[in-house]
Ligand binder design. Sequence first.
Ligand code: F6P
Length: 327
Amino acid sequence: MSPIKKIAILTSGGDAPGMNAAIRAAVRGAIFNKLEVMGSIRGYQGLIDNNLVPMDSQSVSNIIQQGGTILKSARSKQFLTPEGRQIAYDNLQKNKIDALVVIGGDGTFTGARVFSGEHNIPIVGIPGTIDNDLYGTDYTIGYDTALNTVVEAVDKIRDTASAHSRLFFIEVMGRDAGFLALSSAIASGAETVLVPEINTGYKKLDDFLRNSFKKQKSSSIVLVAEGDKLSGGAIKIAERVNKEHPDYDARVTILGHIQRGGSPSGMDRVMASRMGVSAINALLDDQKSVMIGMVNGEIVYVPFNQALKNKKPLPPKQLELIDILSI
Ligand code: F6P
């Protein structure tokens, strides 16, 4: 028998479509296993503010299809301090909470690792970020929806790019990771992609532009991850290109936070449902400080240490695909 009787759930960091589906699954998975559940409002900050609400099966009705997070999210500065974490722990004690389920990305799991180390509280993480950049899982909740959002936007931009024979630089989210940019580039037939993981150097882009012009390409789309080192962002790179290649008449679109919103895709809902219930099973299985991962379609437990220490590599074969498919 597990000693865990009562848990709290929170969402932290950048929100991602499908977080609500994960909350729903974790709450219902917990209730199915006769656990009591509370929700912390605004992530770790809710633990510090003692802003905890009881959750029952009804409290997560009709949310599987909603973007955002009903528990709200925050990047708590106070939780970065030992004093803040002590207050959070005292409030967990006051509320008789034995364990936590945290939904978010690397910042969320860094906080969880420190907190569980200091106060010996079992914590299980569910990966929720549109960046898909967590080591140890093929997939993070929100990534598929964001990918579809980007592809829909790029398709529309392609229409006008083609009508005017223009070059577009389209900036997508990903401060440190190019997964979203790379997949979107493949799926939208972009001519090339700039990602933070690889410093391609200006020469490659320059060569590509000269070649395309020679080939009289009627339009070109370059996807730029926001953290790309070469460009320093789509605006800067477009300014440089317009100076050096005036024939192109380049334009820029920054997709921004539109990528974080919207109703989650079917895929995100299924992943979130599986991961949410698995998080509860992991706690009941006496797991501590692990992230739920998905590898080859199967649920795995990844220690926070491992998920945070390693950098997930961009698949090199997919990078090659862009070069092959844009000839
Ligand atoms: O980590 C998710 C993410 O959307 C990144 O892709 C992006 O760089 C960042 O969050 C933006 O964060 P904020 O909404 O706090 O500006």
